[in-house]
Ligand binder design. Structure first.
Ligand code: SF4
Length: 529
């Protein structure tokens, strides 16, 4: 969910960043080749080492899984990736299977170094450890300094993602033709909003899947045992591992995407099909977020593929290539930098005073409790795979939560735990800012609320649903259509100053049945629709 889908401008006010320099945002040194490197489980690629033979420390801390209910396949993927890295490195690495990080670190007298970890809490932890040198973060296209310089250079102007993305393209010389963007346009998103293919089939072939090995077998046995002993509890199904756990697997998936799927990625990237959940998506976010791939190498590989195909007289559509590049070096990096830029309090923002808990059926991924075809289908995919693409996240799950007033902090935690690619840095800005408008519009200029008509246009769900996307009252009233109007009415005053919400709010005044719709939706609440 690194991109908003509908192409609306996502803006931030420069003045909303933390006023004082937080120690977690210091200018850390770049390298420390002489120390043993502690690699967190999301720092597993070669670019987190300063030399190929650098001694490594890996820590498998059970307490991380015991504290919260993660998706079973997420726990499997993380442990599998960590153990595969240990096996690859052999004697070069120490793998400690312990309860807490501190337990492992206490065993070391030698100096250790670590690349700045990806959450506020883990940065606090590493900064408080004596003898542990903290280095600059890796795994993103733009550095912290580059983002800070770019933001500072904009003064009090709004921090537009699109401007950040263009700046990064220029700085890294990606899809450029001299000083101009390749093809003459920076952004081809307008060509990437087509509804699903009419035949209900994916435009791309079946993706490449990894094969499990004995390490996965051991992980599965350990997770079964931990669960049986009551040490941990998971949500979601167990299942074959779908996402890369090694660098080799990650490179294979990247190659599969670039050669077989990238060319058809763009036009239908916002579409949803009940029976084709992968469509032409890259499925690379879990590998990038584990650190198995460097996003800059991903972007460079996409550009190299596009240029080679063009030279062979068989060019890839630029809207597909640019759309993918924008997701990786635009949205992914922008979300990363805004996580830090907005500071520690950002996760607590709740501008729309949304206070409902995540309902049990959603927390448990119980799609069988839900009649609404879109919500049930997406929840079922999530239960089965731990992954759905950005539009089901934003416009089905997030849209439902926004309309029903679910607490954004609880929702952020739920997204973090139940998606295989979910991490704190990914989900805070995406959920609090992009999806739930809980920051009052600091990140996205308007709430991502939509009625059933949007889902009907962009999916094949409505034809198989007991509800009707055109109905807002009565037994067939679509929970999204009715929920949309109830949401607007509930937040009428809070959204009144937002220019982009003027017309939708005016629409409220034309609804004679509005009081009945509001009453109906209040009665529905967050019971499974
Ligand atoms: Fe979803 Fe409403 Fe369409 Fe049913 S009718 S699939 S609830 S949008």
């Amino acid at each position: 969910m690194q991109h908003p889908g509908a192409g609306a401008g996502a803006d931030t006010d420069a003045g909303t960043g933390a006023e004082e320099r937080d120690p977690a945002l210091a200018d850390f040194p770049e390298r420390s080749p002489a120390t043993r490197r502690w690699l967190f489980a999301d720092q597993l690629g070669p670019h987190f080492l300063d030399r190929p033979d650098q001694p490594v420390l890996l820590v498998e801390a059970k307490a991380v899984f015991a504290r919260r209910r993660f998706h079973r396949q997420k726990a499997h993927l993380v442990l599998s990736a960590l153990r595969h890295r240990a096996a690859e490195l052999g004697e070069q690495a120490h793998l400690h299977q312990v309860t807490t990080y501190a337990e492992a670190l206490d065993r070391y007298d030698e100096p250790l170094s670590v690349c700045a970890p990806t959450t506020w809490s883990s940065r606090d932890f590493v900064l408080a450890r004596p003898g542990l040198q903290v280095l600059a973060a890796r795994g993103f296209v733009s550095t912290q300094g580059e983002f800070a310089g770019w933001a500072e250079g904009r003064g009090r102007r709004r921090l537009l993602m699109e401007d950040f993305y263009r700046d990064a393209r220029r700085r890294r010389d990606v899809l450029m033709d001299g000083a101009q963007p390749l093809g003459g346009q920076w952004n081809y998103d307008a060509e990437n909003r087509e509804p699903p293919p009419r035949d209900g089939r994916s435009p791309a072939p079946e993706p490449w899947w990894p094969a499990e090995d004995e390490i996965d077998e051991q992980v599965r046995a350990d997770l079964d045992r931990w669960e049986a002993d009551g040490e941990v509890s998971f949500v979601g199904d167990d299942g074959p591992r779908l996402f890369p756990a090694t660098r080799e697997e990650a490179l294979t998936r990247l190659h599969d995407f670039l050669t077989a799927r990238l060319g058809v990625f763009g036009p239908h990237e916002d579409a949803m099909l009940a029976g084709e959940r992968w469509l032409a998506h890259s499925l690379l976010s879990p590998a990038m977020n584990l650190g198995l791939l460097d996003p800059l190498e991903v972007v460079r590989a996409a550009e190299a593929t596009a240029r080679a195909r063009a030279a062979d007289g068989d060019p890839l559509p630029l809207n597909s290539v640019e759309g993918f590049v924008r997701q990786v070096m635009g949205w992914r990096d922008y979300i990363w930098h805004t996580y830090w830029h907005f500071g520690r309090p950002y996760r607590h923002a709740n501008a729309l005073r949304a206070l409902e808990p995540v309902p049990d059926w959603m927390a448990e991924l119980d799609d069988s409790a839900v009649d609404a075809a879109c919500l049930s289908g997406v929840l079922g995919d999530l239960r089965r795979d731990g992954w759905v693409h950005h539009i089901p996240r934003l416009m089905v799950l997030g849209n439902y939560a926004l309309q029903r007033g679910i607490d954004p902090r609880e929702l952020t935690d739920w997204f973090h735990r139940t998606f295989v690619d979910g991490y704190d840095w990914v989900m805070v800005a995406n959920i609090v800012g992009m999806s739930q408008h809980a920051d009052g519009g600091a990140l996205a200029t308007k709430p991502y609320a939509a009625g059933g008509a949007y889902i009907d246009r962009m999916s094949d769900y409505c034809g198989r649903c007991p509800y009707d996307p055109r109905q807002r009252l009565g037994d067939a009233a679509c929970p999204y259509t009715a929920g949309y109007w109830a949401f607007l009415e509930r937040n009428r005053e809070r959204l009144a100053g937002n220019q982009r919400m003027r017309r939708p709010l005016q629409g409220l005044d034309r609804l004679r049945d509005l009081p009945l719709v509001v009453e109906q939706e209040a009665a529905r609440g967050t019971s499974a629709p």
